[in-house]
Design a binder for this molecule. Structure first.
Ligand SMILES: Cc1cc2nc3c(=O)[nH]c(=O)nc-3n(C[C@H](O)[C@H](O)[C@H](O)COP(=O)(O)OP(=O)(O)OC[C@H]3O[C@@H](n4cnc5c(N)ncnc54)[C@H](O)[C@@H]3O)c2cc1C
Length: 505
């Protein structure tokens, strides 16, 4: 191998949660000659929450990393997530799915994109929302197998954090990652960033490069290097969650995340094959912990021992400083309304790994600048998308929601909302989004139309257009009715043979 000054050959990852393990796995799979060690503390443990995903997460594992699809599916036991069903706004509910064929989609036989036709009733606008109405996870193929799109297309997963972390650890070990169970006892800094770390077993570690995945503790980026934190509390008011769950006892497995409006925030329901998890994300300014737990118990009466998790939304100004890069909660966090954290982690791992590959493992300041630019950009885009949800939710009139509606800034999305108010849910409003926005125009229109944000150019649909529009929706409904619920999908995918046939191998 070519010898380049400053070349990175050894990496120490601090933290064995999903962020540290995804970083170690990604690096080692793409750069097998790297020496990668994960230092984690079984005493401190992992955060144990983080279960909703978006389609990029399965793509990262099965597409970018090329891991065997059946191995991941059978080890992680995901429930298919077709999207999020929001009990927000004045409708009983509306859906935001991952097909990219909701509001901005235009049928060849209709003159406008779907958003104009579905303003009053967006149900069954795409196949996923029709499936969600029927509690079906996937369409059925003529051969009786589930029609499972390739990973990264149309669906994401619900995964239990501890199960995911356990599988990631075994996958890392198989790739040759080394593990040390010890706690950080001290950090020596130097001109390049971190000079060495001391562990509580008395050993000292040095590496060419360090990854800080120590969770909210942010031991290296936040504490040792004192990087300033960019606080999002002016845009996102929630800072705590009540979390809990119960063993499934007859409830249908929902193939989507359910998001309920609560007095001082919102509550998720995430289904796993054998468990159901509920979490109430709330603002501590508007509800005490006791009040939040009382409200949580009303919506999740079966949940035993709910616990409070505290967080702050925002990110460290720079995530990569000298020879240290932060990945996961150690670099930043935005509340889980759109379950974006694992996606950001996967992207961070990919940016880092591709950056090392392309720089011949000798990254310079321009690589660090790009990583920091990408991180700051994605956090802001997520912040603004979540703010859009809060700003227009008129379901409840509590102090929390009044404050969201009257004060909440939308930053770069103000222009898009102005355009929407003037022109309706036009797909060309995508021009107001930065390239690579993780939710795209689909996401923004799903929320604006879903929450019935009014606009000035009301479109009167002709009877002929209406008939064509209804025909498309009826086709979705017919496929959905014949589809498979999650339990049947799990039964069908219980052997590698079924997945091989689905993939045509
Ligand atoms: C309420 C809530 C809900 C969430 N829901 C979602 C969701 O639906 N979807 C999603 O994608 N994400 C969600 N997240 C984010 C989720 O937590 C992260 O995506 C993910 O779990 C990454 O965690 P992590 O690895 O950064 O941190 P952690 O899991 O906290 O891991 C930190 C690691 O560092 C180690 N460590 C810490 N300090 C030391 C030390 N001093 N010495 C040695 N080791 C140390 C710990 O032992 C652990 O191994 C949620 C977060 C919260 C708070």
């Amino acid at each position: 191998m070519l010898e380049i000054p400053g070349m990175i050959r050894t990496i120490l990852v601090l933290g064995g949660g999903s962020a540290g393990l995804l970083a170690a796995l990604t690096l080692k799979r793409k750069l097998p000659a790297l020496s990668v060690e994960v230092v984690y503390s079984s005493r401190i443990g992992v955060i144990g929450v983080g279960e909703g995903t978006v389609p990029y997460v399965p793509f990262h594992l099965n597409g970018y990393l090329g891991l065997d699809e059946y191995e991941v599916f059978s080890a992680v036991q995901p429930v298919i997530k077709l999207g999020v069903r929001f009990a927000w706004g004045k409708r009983p509910h509306f859906d935001y799915t991952f097909t990219g064929q909701q509001h901005s989609w235009r049928w060849p036989d209709l003159p406008r994109n779907n958003g104009f036709y579905g303003f009053d009733d967006p149900s069954a606008m795409d196949l996923s929302s029709a499936l969600m109405d029927e509690n079906k996870a996937l369409p059925r193929r003529p051969d009786g197998l589930p029609d499972l799109p390739p990973p990264g297309n149309n669906y994401a997963w619900h995964i239990e954090n501890k199960l995911f972390v356990g599988w990631l650890e075994s996958a890392c070990r198989r790739e040759g990652v080394r593990f040390t169970d010890a706690e950080l006892a001290g950090v020596e800094t130097g001109p390049q960033g971190i000079a060495s770390v001391r562990l509580d077993d008395g050993s000292v570690r040095t590496a060419d490069f360090y990854i800080d995945s120590s969770g909210f503790a942010s031991e290296l980026v936040g504490k040792a290097l004192s990087e300033p934190f960019v606080d999002f509390s002016g845009s996102l008011y929630c800072d705590r969650a009540v979390v809990g769950g119960w063993e499934r006892s007859g409830e249908t497995v929902l193939p989507y995340t359910l998001s309920d409006t609560m007095d001082s925030g919102w509550c998720w329901r995430i289904d796993h094959p054998d468990r159901i998890h509920r979490g109430y994300v709330f603002s501590s300014v508007h509800a005490s912990d006791d009040q939040a737990i009382e409200d949580y118990r009303k919506i999740a009466p079966k949940a035993a021992d709910p616990r409070i998790v505290r967080f702050r939304s925002g990110h460290y100004r720079r995530s990569w400083i000298g020879n240290v890069a932060g990945v996961g909660n150690a670099a930043g966090f935005v509340e889980p309304l759109e379950a974006s954290a694992l996606m950001v982690i996967c992207l961070q791992c990919r940016w880092l790994t591709d950056g090392l590959i392309d720089s011949l493992q000798a990254p310079d300041d321009s690589m660090r600048a790009l990583y920091n630019h990408l991180n700051a950009g994605i956090w802001c885009q997520i912040r603004d998308f979540l703010a859009l949800h809060y700003r227009f939710n008129d379901r409840l009139d509590t102090g929390f929601w009044q404050r969201c509606r009257s004060e909440l800034p939308l930053h770069d999305l103000e222009l898009l909302v102005d355009f929407y108010r003037g022109n309706g849910p036009s797909a060309i409003s995508a021009g107001h989004l930065p390239a690579g926005n993780p939710f795209g125009i689909e996401g923004q229109l799903a929320i604006l139309v879903g929450l019935r944000v009014p606009h000035r150019k009301t479109y009167t649909v002709s009877p002929a257009e209406k008939a064509r529009w209804e025909k498309h929706r009826d086709q979705h409904r017919a496929i959905a009715r014949a589809g498979m619920d999650m339990q049947e999908v799990l039964n069908r995918l219980a052997s590698p043979e079924a997945l091989r046939r689905i993939r045509g191998r």
